[in-house]
Design a protein around this ligand. Structure first.
Ligand SMILES: Nc1ncnc2c1ncn2[C@@H]1O[C@H](COP(=O)(O)OP(=O)(O)OP(=O)(O)O)[C@@H](O)[C@H]1O
Ligand SMILES: Nc1nc2c(c(=O)[nH]1)N=C(CO)CN2
Length: 199
């Protein structure tokens, strides 16, 4: 209902709030694709990855569009043999959540699986990384987009390439070329295992 300009109960809405609401409206009517990397090297790795896929699909404003094959991968960035091997997979989603809310949701899923942060690149029940969000490029340390190490990681590029062979990593180029550059050493498809796309 339109209020009379002289109505003393009507407070002006600050411009910053109007901008935030407008931004949220645009996001809501304009879902974006994003790519999420999942990794686990502690506990029941396959069950944990499936739990993370299901938790993503249970998120309001988020639909899982594709789930990659499962790979068994050598731990990256640490002394060889110092950690159990990982199971890795990539999930393509469509979402109305802004990047910051997607990060929060990923961190809540990590907490739900009792991930403990002890050392950099330490073993973990589950790691949920945002590889890319639409064509957003940002160097914010709290959420760097695309993920700052995704282009160096065969455990991200190989499963992503399986589900989106034509994909591009914003600012870095075609996933197929990045994968050819890093090679697939230490990254084995586990075709005996499968993650389910939630119904
Ligand atoms: N694209 C991103 N996806 C997830 N976290 C990110 C991203 N960019 C920045 N971060 C920040 O990185 C912090 C550390 O994340 P995390 O503990 O998962 O790192 P890690 O998985 O051990 O290592 P890596 O970042 O190399 O995968 C998070 O608290 C988060 O704020
Ligand atoms: N193989 C493999 N290595 C890693 C992984 C991972 O998911 N798979 N995650 C890391 C931190 O995100 C560090 N190293």
């Amino acid at each position: 209902m339109k209020q009379a300009a002289s109505d003393p109960t009507v407070q002006p809405v600050p411009t910053s709030v109007v901008e935030q609401v407008d931004a949220a409206d645009i996001t809501l009517s304009n879902p974006k694709y994003a790519v999420i990397s999942l990794g686990s090297n502690l506990g029941n790795r396959l069950e944990t990855l499936q739990g993370a896929v299901d938790a993503l699909e249970d998120t309001p404003g988020l639909r899982v569009k594709a789930v990659s094959p499962v790979y068994e991968t050598e731990p990256w960035g640490v002394e060889p043999g110092s950690q159990p091997s990982y199971f890795n997979a990539v999930v393509v989603i469509k979402t109305t959540l802004p990047p910051s809310s997607l990060l929060e949701r990923g961190q809540a899923i990590e907490e739900a699986f009792e991930r403990v942060r002890e050392e950099r690149w330490g073993p973990r029940t589950i790691d949920v990384d945002i590889v890319a969000y639409a064509d957003v490029v940002s160097d914010d340390p709290a959420l760097t987009l695309p993920h700052p190490r995704a282009h160096q990681r065969a455990f991200v590029l190989a499963p992503w390439h399986d589900v989106q062979p034509e994909a591009q990593l914003p600012g870095r180029g075609p996933v197929s070329e990045l994968l050819a550059g890093v090679g697939v050493d230490g990254v084995q498809p586990r075709s005996d295992l499968e993650l389910r796309l939630p119904e």
